[in-house]
Design a protein around this ligand. Structure first.
Ligand SMILES: C[S@@+](CC[C@H](N)C(=O)[O-])C[C@H]1O[C@@H](n2cnc3c(N)ncnc32)[C@H](O)[C@@H]1O
Length: 477
C-alpha cells in the first residue's frame, strides 16, 4: 500500500487518485513523466500529498485532455489487431524530452546505454495486452522488465552479462518487510563503521582514526591496487562479506547491487563511461558510507516497486549467450536495445565490478556481441558489419521460434561508425530477419537526449536512433 497517512492533512497516493477520479496507476504515471510535481515523502519513503497538492492534482485531472487509458488489448489474432495498434505508435512523440527516467527501481545502478523507460513503456502498452509475456533478449539492467511488470505483463529477460542479470533481478524482485529490515540493519552497520573510519577533524585530537584491515576475501587480481586505494580495498572486502552473509536471495541480490553500484565511483576508473585511471583521493570511511547510502536508496526503490507491481506477474531472468539459442518460454512481444557494432564494451567498463563479484568476466568478454574490442581489431579476425549481420541472422532464426506468430520484435538501435564508414544497424537487423520470416512493419527515428553518453567518440556524434519493428510472419515454405 502506498502511503498510509498519519495526519488529516496528509493524503496518500491512493486517496489523491480517488479524489482526482483517476486510477492510482494513472497518477503514478503522471508523476513519473513529470506532468505533476512530486510531493514529499514520509520517513518510510512513502509519498504524501498536502491538501493543496491534492487539489492541484484534481484540477490537473479535470483539465487533462488525456483520453482515458486504453482498455487491455483483447487476445485476438495479431493480424486483426496489428494495423490499428501500430497506427497509434505514429502519434507518440518518441523524443520524450524532459521525461523522468529514474523512477521506481530504474535508477538503482548505472548501466551505460540503457534505454529510457518511456520507450519500452509505450511499445508494451500498444503492442501487447495485460497478462501477455514480454521479453527483452538483451535485457541489460532490466528496463523493459520493470516496465512490463508495472503494466501487468509477465517478463522474460536474457543477457550474457552476469552483472546485467544481477541488476535486473534486483530491479524486479521488490522487497518484503523482513528483507527491508535486514538491509536497513546492514546500511546502519556500514554507516557506523564508515563514520568510525573518517579522518578526525577535531582540533587537539591526538588519536588517529582506526585503520581497517579486513580479514575477508578480496579478488586475487594483479591490478587490484592499480585500480583501488588500499583502504578502499579493505572497506569493499568488509562490505562484500556482509552482503554474502545475507540469507534471503532477494535481499542478497539487493545488497550486492548496492555494493556493485559504488565500485566504479570508489575506484580509480574515471567513470562508468571512461576507462582511464584517475586519482580520486577517496577518504577512509567514505566507501562504507557510500555503500550505506546506496543501500538506503535501493531499499526505498524496491519497496516502492513492490507497492506498484502485483506479485502474480512473474519475471524470469536468464544468463545466456543468445548465439547458443537458449531455451526460453514463448513470448508475445520483444522489446530490446541490442548491442551494436563498435559501440560499447561492457566486459571492459564493468570489469572491476565483475571481478569483485567473482563473476566470469573472461567468458563474457568472449560472448559479448558488438564490443569495441572486436570491431577495432584490424587483424583477419576483426569483426565487420557482416559479422554483426551473421550474428543477428542466427539470433532472429532462434527468435522466430520463440516469439509467437504475428508477434512483434522491437529493436531500439543507432548507427555505427566502422573504419570511418557509417553503418545503418536497423537495415542490417531487418535484412538479417527476412530469411527467418520477420517482416519490417515500422521504423521510427527519434532524437536521443543530449546527456546520453557514448564511450566511442564516433558514436557520440550520432544523435538519433531507430525503433525498428519486425513482425514474426513465420518462416516461408
Ligand atoms: C544496449 S545493452 C541493453 C540495455 C538495456 N536495454 C537496458 O535498458 O539496460 C545490450 C546488452 O546486450 C548484452 N549482450 C551482448 N552480447 C550478448 C550475447 N551474446 N548474448 C546475450 N546478451 C548479450 C550486453 O551484455 C548488454 O547488456
Amino acid at each position: 500500500m502506498e502511503g498510509a497517512t498519519n495526519s488529516e492533512n496528509r493524503l496518500s497516493t491512493a486517496e489523491v487518485a480517488r479524489m482526482a477520479g483517476v486510477h492510482k496507476d494513472t497518477l503514478l504515471r503522471w508523476l513519473r513523466s513529470g506532468l505533476i510535481r512530486e510531493p514529499g515523502r514520509d520517513r518510510h519513503g512513502w509519498r504524501y500529498f498536502t491538501r493543496a497538492e491534492a487539489e492541484a492534482v484534481a484540477s490537473f485531472a479535470k483539465s487533462s485532455s488525456e483520453a482515458p487509458s486504453s482498455p487491455p488489448i483483447p487476445a485476438t489474432a495479431v493480424e486483426e489487431r496489428a494495423a490499428p495498434y501500430l497506427g497509434k505508435l505514429t502519434a507518440i512523440d518518441w523524443d520524450f524530452a524532459g521525461a523522468k527516467t529514474s523512477y521506481l527501481t530504474h535508477g538503482i545502478h548505472p548501466y551505460p546505454a540503457k534505454f529510457i523507460p518511456q520507450i519500452p513503456n509505450a511499445l508494451i502498452q500498444e503492442l501487447s495486452g495485460v497478462g501477455d509475456t514480454v521479453g527483452d533478449i538483451f535485457c541489460g539492467s532490466g528496463t523493459t522488465l520493470v516496465e512490463a511488470l508495472t503494466l501487468k505483463r509477465h517478463a522474460v529477460g536474457i543477457d550474457a552479462n552476469p552483472l546485467a542479470c544481477l541488476i535486473s533481478r534486483a530491479k524486479t524482485s521488490g522487497c518484503s518487510e523482513s528483507d527491508r529490515d535486514v538491509l536497513l540493519a546492514l546500511a546502519q552497520r556500514a554507516r557506523t563503521m564508515g563514520d568510525s573510519l573518517l579522518p578526525s577533524t577535531s582540533e587537539g585530537n591526538l588519536f588517529p582514526s582506526p585503520k581497517l584491515v579486513s580479514q575477508h576475501w578480496r579478488p586475487s587480481f594483479e591490478k587490484l591496487t592499480f585500480w583501488f586505494d588500499q583502504h578502499v580495498i579493505e572497506e569493499l572486502a568488509e562490505a562484500l562479506s556482509w552482503c554474502r552473509e545475507v540469507e534471503s536471495d532477494v535481499a542478497r541480490d539487493l545488497a550486492l547491487t548496492a555494493f556493485s553500484s559504488i565500485v566504479v565511483a570508489v575506484s580509480r576508473q574515471d567513470s562508468d563511461t571512461r576507462y582511464v585511471r584517475r586519482e580520486k583521493n577517496i577518504p577512509p570511511g567514505d566507501t562504507l558510507r557510500r555503500f550505506a547510502r546506496s543501500l538506503e536508496q535501493i531499499i526505498q526503490a524496491a519497496t516502492e516497486f513492490s507497492d506498484v507491481v502485483e506479485p502474480r506477474f512473474r519475471c524470469q531472468i536468464m544468463q545466456a549467450n543468445l548465439l547458443d539459442a537458449p531455451p526460453i518460454p514463448t513470448l508475445d512481444l520483444v522489446v530490446c536495445s541490442p548491442p551494436y557494432p563498435n559501440a560499447y564494451s561492457y566486459h571492459l567498463y564493468h570489469m572491476t565490478r565483475m571481478i569483485w563479484l567473482g563473476m566470469d568476466q573472461p567468458r563474457f568478454k568472449k560472448e559479448e556481441i558488438g564490443s569495441h574490442r572486436k570491431y577495432s581489431s584490424n587483424g583477419k579476425n576483426g569483426a565487420t558489419a557482416e559479422t554483426f549481420k551473421a550474428e543477428f541472422s542466427s539470433i532472429l532464426l532462434w527468435l522466430s521460434r520463440k516469439l509467437r506468430q504475428g508477434g512483434y520484435a522491437c529493436f531500439v538501435v543507432g548507427d555505427s561508425t566502422l573504419k570511418g564508414q557509417r553503418i545503418n544497424n536497423a537495415d542490417l537487423i531487418a535484412q538479417a530477419g527476412e530469411p527467418a520470416g520477420f517482416r519490417e512493419v515500422m521504423r521510427i527515428n527519434r532524437t536521443m537526449q543530449a546527456t546520453k553518453k557514448a564511450f566511442n567518440p564516433a558514436i557520440g556524434k550520432i544523435k538519433t536512433e531507430n525503433i525498428l519493428i519486425l513482425e514474426n510472419r513465420g518462416k516461408r515454405a
